[in-house]
Design a protein around this ligand. Sequence first.
Ligand SMILES: [Zn+2]
Length: 301
Amino acid sequence: MFAIPYLIGGIVAATEDGIINKIHVLSKGGGMSSYSKRQFVRIISVGIIAALMLSPSAWAWGRIGHRVAAEMAESRLSPRALAVIHELLGPGVSLSDISTWADEHRNPSSGAWHYVDVPITESRYDPKYCLSKGCVVSKIADFRRILIDRRADKFKKQEALKYLVHFIEDLHQPLHVADNNDRGGNQTQVRFFNRGSNLHRLWDSQLIENKSHNEQDWLRDINSLATSQNVSQWSKGTPEDWAAESLQIAKKAYCLPGTNTVMPSGTKLDDNYCRMALPIIQTQLAKAAIRVAATLNEIFR
Ligand SMILES: [Zn+2]
């Protein structure tokens, strides 16, 4: 959601070195700078790359996390839900294919829908932390309502389905629910295997990618958690309950492994932290999958 300011920043910064004519750009000082087409394209590319690198939550749960949870969810749909969903999405489009759409189509009004900032000192999720423009918890309810509304048109339902799947998954990323006055971990800088990162990005994607980039490996691991006992337990509850659960888990994410000490910015994290975090991530992805399936089976029963 911060991509646009960074992009502008990237372009403005890039205008400060070389200058050739044909394309005119407003420079930092307010004057006009001129560029050749090729230079302009290069500047825009640099800006976009910078924006993607700096954008703190460009890929909530990352691509792998969203896709594998949605794939597992799809395998657990009832024949009726599967038929309605395929009718909505069109031939050959899977839940996994649409699971990252909401991150790819973020805009200023939908940016806040992907998370809710509940202070880690709280013991439960409270709706007072949901902003008036909506948050991940309220939007799940909104899009569920559209999907059960007989009068809603196909396009609206299609969009609601894409958001619903994505937001149930986002809700299971602990740092999409908890906050320590650091924008959900985005402002807690860490050294992950000696490379600069931040706590939010670590939980979105880096811990997942550090283990494996292979979606089938991840799918196998999270599917193995779907015992009948887990499924019956995890299918229960409301998005508010799931948010409260994520909040509790985030307290661990914020602490140095094996302690109750909140990590200061600049903390070095390595295998020790991965060993604590990976089982949590696997469980959260499996829960998300089971709850996406349970929600859709209930909507399209
Ligand atoms: Zn998201």
